[in-house]
Ligand binder design. Structure first.
Ligand code: DGY
Length: 326
């Protein structure tokens, strides 16, 4: 029996590549080819599966390819894939939830601490050779200990961040369309609030909502204006959740103490205005980038893809309706 063909959009870590090579004919997306639907469609012709990442636009044009049966995203986010179109065309879509929660929460907290205590500014000062010694008022930051942490989006990652906050003696407030179970609120001593109230009360705000049109510019000028001038904003969710131009203004005018961003509105472009600010910590979308977690994501994505190719239900199927459609 001939082996199925799969298109792997980008190099990815072991064990996924070996798992795929054992069961399928693997084609690599040509290096340097633009990440555009038309080009992806041409590259995927004749393939039954695609292994994609969040930077790959997978819409109607790609999903309507005859013979395509599964798209496996190596990410928990999947706003790059038109899931409704996939269901219409009978294509299964999968992601890699769960395995990256703790690593992402670690990084969100790293950013929070770095912004609060101005770590990159201190690093730059020492590297510049211009540090002249201890000063009583040098690089004064804000204390996370004893502060209030506002978690926006109280899913798996948001809760893991709250847990870290508890370890730092923070009070936890959260906002989410769905209120957490009483048991979770008790464990984390977390208080639910509407977003505007949370923004007014929090000393640090950490964003953990999914991307997409519903959350675009969830944090814009009016929301930033509600926040305390001493507050820090952390975004490890998706760039467009924050209106970047409004954030730049707030940081520049010191209406916001600091921000720490792992994701950007027009990724991978980061505006010069943002890059020029001292009171923002910038990271290149690496919240889940630990060796162990990326290897787990790789294994999970390959497992999902291979299950779909065998005609089985992949463990992390996002559109189960695809299995029952007429
Ligand atoms: C995810 O898993 O969604 C990360 O942001 C990587 O894209």
């Amino acid at each position: 029996m001939s082996r199925p063909r799969v298109l792997v959009m980008h190099p990815f870590l072991e064990p996924g590549p070996t798992m795929l090579a054992e069961a399928a004919e693997v084609e690599r997306y040509p290096e340097g080819m633009p990440l555009e639907q038309e080009a992806i469609r041409r590259a995927a012709e004749g393939c039954s599966g695609i292994l994609s990442q969040v930077k790959d636009p997978i819409g109607e044009q790609v999903l309507s390819l005859p013979g395509l049966s599964v798209v496996s995203n190596v990410a928990v986010g999947f706003e790059n894939i038109d899931v409704a179109a996939a269901t219409r065309h009978g294509v299964m879509v999968t992601n890699t939830p769960g395995v990256l929660n703790e690593t992402t929460a670690d990084f969100a907290f790293t950013l929070l601490l770095a912004a609060a205590r101005r770590v990159p500014e201190g690093d730059r000062l020492v590297r510049s050779g211009g540090w002249t010694g201890w000063e009583i008022d040098q690089l004064l930051g804000q204390d996370p200990n004893g502060a209030t942490l506002g978690v926006v989006g109280f899913g798996r990652i948001g809760r893991s961040v709250a847990r870290r906050g508890r370890g730092f003696g923070m009070r936890i407030i959260y906002s989410d369309a769905v209120r957490a179970e009483a048991e979770v609120e008790r464990e984390l001593e977390a208080r639910w609030m509407e977003l505007p109230a949370l923004l007014e009360e929090a000393d640090f705000v950490s964003l953990h909502v999914p991307g997409g049109p519903d959350t675009r510019h969830l944090i814009g000028s009016p929301e930033l204006a509600r926040m305390k001038p001493t507050a820090g904003l952390v975004n490890t969710s998706r760039g467009p959740v924050v209106e970047e131009a409004a954030l730049v203004e707030a940081l520049r005018e010191r209406r916001s103490f600091a921000a720490a961003l792992d994701v950007f509105e027009h990724e991978p472009q980061v505006s010069r205005a943002l890059r020029e600010l001292d009171n923002v910590v910038l990271a290149p979308h690496i919240a889940s980038a630990s060796e162990r977690t990326r290897a787990r994501m790789s294994e999970m994505a390959a497992t999902n893809l291979l299950a779909g190719l065998r005609g089985e239900r992949p463990p992390n199927l996002l559109n189960p309706d695809v299995l029952t459609r007429a």
